[in-house]
Design a protein around this ligand. Structure first.
Ligand code: ZN
Length: 692
C-alpha cells in the first residue's frame, strides 16, 4: 500500500484543519461534522488526521484497546493483570460505511455457540475498533437510522452493549466522531447533529492560484505517493509534536471566570438547547489556548470556539442551514461592564505552525493561507453563512395550536393573488391507509410488520443468526432427537439445527410521502383550503402512527421537495401552511421528484416502507405532452413497487376523471377528498384537534 496523503500537504480548508487539530489536542471537544460539496478534499483531510494523533498505550492482546493504567472492568478480554504492562500503538481512524450492518458496527454475538456450546463468542465490531481513536463516517447524513441509534447510544454512554436472548456483552467505546456530508443530499437528524462537538463548512477555493496548487500537489502525489509523503514527513512530524505539546499543556490552561461568563452569555443569546453548547465551547476555547501555547483562555479564543461550536446548535428548525450571525455573536461576546473591549489580535503564526516554509520540489511549499489556525485572511469564521430566523416555522403554525381557519375564511393577503398561501381547513380524523404486505420496518402503528416487539405468531427454522429465540419450538425440535443423541443427564442435548426463531407480528411506521398539486387548476381558494386540510389531517394521522413524512409539491415550472423525509410533523404542517399555489401543473415532475426522494431514502432507511399519497386533480399541464409525461412518471414509480394512493381533488360539474387514470398507472387506489375522513364527513368533523 502506498503512503497516505499527508495532512500538512492539503491546501486551504483552514477551519477544518483547526477543528481537527483541536480535537486531536482535546478529544473532549467531541468530534467534527464537515459540511460541503463533493470534491473539496474534506475526506482526504479527515483520513490524514490519523497520522497526527498521539499514540495510545494499550494492554497487549486486548481486542478492546484497554488502557493499561485504567482497564475497562467490563472488558470481554479481561480482567487484565495490572502487572502485564502496556504497549504503544498508533491511534486508529476507523471508517463506518453507511450501509454497514448492526453486527458490523456493534459486534456480533454468536447465540448458537452460546446455547449449544456454552461459549460466549463475541466478535468485536467497529465501535470496539474505534475505541480511543476516531470513528469516521463519510456521507453521515445517509447513515441508516438503526446505525444512527446505535451510534447515539454508544456516544451517550461511552460503551457499546450487545444483547441477544439474555446473553450480553459490554465494552468501552469512546471515540471521536467525525462525519462528512454533502448537505444537498439531505440534512442530519437533530439528535445526531447535536453529538458533534464542532461543525465546519468547506467549499472549494475560488482563488485560481490556490486551485492550481491543489492540482499540482495532487498530481505530484499520484505520480509518486511515497516520495510525496516523504517530502512532507517533516511538516507532519512537527505538527504531531505540537499537538502532543498542546495536549500535555491542556491541564494547565485556566479558563477565567470572565471568559466562562462570556461563553454562557453567547450560548444564552443564541438560544441553544441544554448545556452541551456551553461545555463544548469551553473545551474548545481551552484547547485553542493550549494550541497557541497560552495558559489562559482569551476573549479571542472564545469567539473562535463559538464560531465552531455553535452554528449547528442554534437552529430553530432542523432544515435551516446552519450558520452563525457574526454581528449577533460580537454583540453577545461584548462584556456589558466594559462596552468597548479591545479585540485581541490573532496570534501570528510565526515559527509555531507547520506553514512556515515547506520542503522543496515536487509539491511546492504550503502557502501562507493554510496555517492550521486559519490566522491569515479571514478570521476563520469562513463560510459560516447567516441563517435568517425562519418565520415559517413559527410555533403558531403547528397543528392543534392555531385556529386553522374553517373554509371560506378570509385569505391573508386578499384578492386571490396567485402566490398567496391559503389557510388549511380544519383537520379531521382520517381513515387508515396502510402499505400492503408485511414489512420489517421500525415499530409504529400503520402497516403490518415483522417486529421485535409484536405478538408471537409462530416459529421458524432460524435462517441466519438467531436473534429472537422461540424457546418452546426449539425444545420441541430438540426433544425428538434426545434418544438418538444419547442423552443421559438432565440437560437437553441441543444442536444448532434445533434452534427456532420466533416470528412476531406488530405494526411498523412508514414513510408517508405526500405529492401535492399546488397548481392553478387546484388554486380555487375554497378547494385549496380543503386540500390543505386533508393533507394536514393525514399529517396528524402520520404523527400518531409514528411515521416519517415528506412533502413534494409541484406547481409552475417544476416540482420541489419542500420537506425532506423527517419525523417532525410540525415542520410538515408549517411548510404546508406556507405553501403558495398557482401556475401550471407539472404532475410528471412531481412524481419524478418523489421517485428520486424515495431512492435516497431507501439507501438511508431500507426497511422503512413508503406510502406515496398523490393529491391532485390529475390535470397535467405545462409541457407539450404533460399528460403523457405524468403517465410515464407514474408507471416508473409503480415499477419500483412502492405503495401509493391518489386523492382525487376534482370538483365541479364536468369531471374528466384524470386522477383516476393516474391512479391506474400507479396501480393505486383512488379516493375523493370526502372519502378520506374516517366517517366520511371531511371538513365537518371538528373534534380531533387535541393532538399530543
Ligand atoms: Zn481489555
Amino acid at each position: 500500500m502506498s503512503a497516505a496523503y499527508p495532512f500538512s500537504a492539503i491546501v486551504g480548508l483552514a477551519d477544518l484543519r483547526l477543528a481537527l487539530v483541536l480535537n486531536a489536542v482535546s478529544p473532549a471537544v467531541g468530534g467534527v461534522l464537515v459540511r460541503g460539496e463533493k470534491g473539496t478534499a474534506k475526506s482526504t483531510m479527515v483520513r490524514a488526521l490519523a497520522g497526527q494523533l498521539p499514540e495510545v498505550a494499550v494492554v497487549p492482546g486486548c481486542r478492546f484497546s484497554c488502557d493499561p493504567d485504567a482497564p475497562d472492568p467490563h472488558c470481554p478480554d479481561g480482567p487484565h493483570d495490572a502487572a502485564i504492562g502496556g504497549s504503544a500503538r498508533a491511534a486508529r481512524l476507523v471508517e463506518l460505511p453507511v450501509g454497514a450492518s448492526e453486527d458490523r458496527l456493534a459486534g456480533s454475538l454468536d447465540i448458537e455457540r452460546a446455547l449449544t456450546e456454552g461459549v460466549k463468542a463475541y466478535e468485536p465490531g467497529l465501535l470496539a475498533a474505534a475505541h480511543r481513536g476516531v470513528l469516521y463516517v463519510d456521507e453521515v447524513n445517509l447513515l441508516h437510522d438503526h446505525l444512527v441509534d446505535l451510534l447515539l447510544d454508544a456516544a451517550a454512554m461511552g460503551t457499546s452493549h450487545v444483547e441477544r436472548e439474555g446473553v450480553s456483552v459490554r465494552h468501552a467505546a469512546r471515540f471521536l466522531l467525525v462525519g462528512t456530508m454533502n448537505p444537498e443530499e439531505g440534512e442530519l437528524r437533530p439528535q445526531l447533529l447535536d453529538r458533534f462537538g464542532l461543525t465546519v463548512e468547506v467549499a472549494a477555493s475560488r482563488e485560481p492560484r490556490e486551485r492550481a496548487e491543489v492540482v499540482r500537489r495532487r498530481l505530484a502525489y499520484e505520480a509518486d505517493p511515497d516520495a510525496f509523503a516523504a517530502r512532507w514527513a517533516g511538516e507532519d512530524a512537527e505538527l504531531a509534536e505540537r499537538i502532543l505539546r498542546a495536549r500535555t499543556a491542556l491541564a494547565h490552561v485556566v479558563l477565567p471566570d470572565a471568559e466562562l461568563e462570556r461563553i454562557a452569555r453567547v450560548c444564552a443569546s443564541f438560544e441553544v438547547d441544554g448545556m452541551r453548547a456551553d461545555l463544548v465551547t469551553a473545551r474548545t476555547s481551552i484547547a485553542l489556548a493550549a494550541w497557541h501555547g497560552r495558559t489562559e483562555v482569551t476573549a479571542q479564543d472564545v469567539r473562535r470556539a463559538a464560531l465552531l461550536a455553535l452554528p449547528h446548535r442554534r437552529r430553530r428548525n432542523p432544515f435551516d442551514a446552519p450558520g452563525l450571525d457574526e454581528e449577533l455573536l460580537d454583540e453577545a461576546l461584548r462584556d456589558p461592564d466594559e462596552p468597548e473591549p479591545e479585540p485581541e489580535p490573532e496570534p501570528e503564526p510565526e515559527g509555531d505552525g507547520p506553514d512556515d516554509g515547506g520542503p522543496d520540489g515536487g509539491g511546492s511549499p504550503p502557502s501562507d493561507a493554510d496555517g492550521p489556525d486559519g490566522s491569515n485572511g479571514s478570521d476563520g469564521s469562513g463560510n459560516a453563512t447567516q441563517a435568517p430566523k425562519s418565520t415559517e416555522a413559527a410555533p403558531g403554525s403547528t397543528p392543534g395550536t392555531e385556529d386553522a381557519s374553517v373554509e371560506g375564511a378570509p385569505a391573508p393577503s386578499g384578492t386571490g393573488r396567485e402566490q398567496a398561501a391559503v389557510a388549511a381547513a380544519e383537520p379531521y380524523r382520517t381513515r387508515l391507509f396502510s402499505v400492503p404486505g408485511v414489512g420489517q420496518g421500525a415499530a409504529g402503528r400503520r402497516s403490518r410488520a415483522r417486529t421485535a416487539s409484536g405478538r408471537t405468531t409462530g416459529a421458524q427454522v432460524a435462517a441466519g443468526r438467531v436473534t429472537r429465540l422461540h424457546v418452546a419450538a426449539t425444545v420441541r425440535a430438540a426433544a425428538l432427537h434426545q434418544k438418538a443423541r444419547g442423552r443421559t443427564g438432565a440437560g437437553l442435548v441441543l444442536r444448532r439445527a434445533d434452534l427456532r426463531e420466533a416470528v412476531r407480528e406488530g405494526r411498523e411506521g412508514n414513510l408517508v410521502l405526500f405529492v401535492v398539486d399546488a397548481s392553478g387548476s387546484m388554486a380555487a381558494r375554497k378547494r385549496m383550503s380543503a386540500v390543505k386540510g386533508a393533507v394536514l389531517s393525514l399529517l396528524l394521522d402520520a404523527y400518531q402512527r409514528r411515521d416519517k413524512v415528506g412533502l413534494v409539491t409541484f406547481r409552475g415550472a417544476d416540482a420541489a421537495l419542500v420537506l425532506p423525509p423527517t419525523s417532525s410533523v410540525e415542520i410538515g404542517a408549517a411548510r404546508l401552511a406556507a405553501l403558495p399555489t398557482g401556475g401550471r401543473t407539472p404532475v410528471g415532475a412531481g412524481l419524478l421528484r418523489a421517485h428520486e426522494t424515495l431512492r435516497v431514502e431507501r439507501l438511508r432507511d431500507p426497511l422503512r416502507r413508503a406510502l406515496v399519497v398523490v393529491v391532485t386533480d390529475g390535470r397535467a399541464t405545462g409541457g407539450r405532452d404533460a399528460l403523457g409525461e405524468s403517465r410515464r412518471a407514474a408507471r416508473l414509480l409503480a415499477a419500483t413497487g412502492v405503495a401509493s394512493l391518489v386523492v382525487d381533488c376534482e370538483s365541479g360539474p364536468v369531471r374528466l376523471g384524470l386522477a383516476a387514470r393516474l391512479a391506474g398507472d400507479l396501480g393505486a387506489p383512488v379516493v375523493t377528498l370526502q372519502e378520506l375522513a374516517a366517517d366520511g364527513l371531511a371538513g365537518l368533523v371538528r373534534d380531533v384537534r387535541s393532538v399530543a
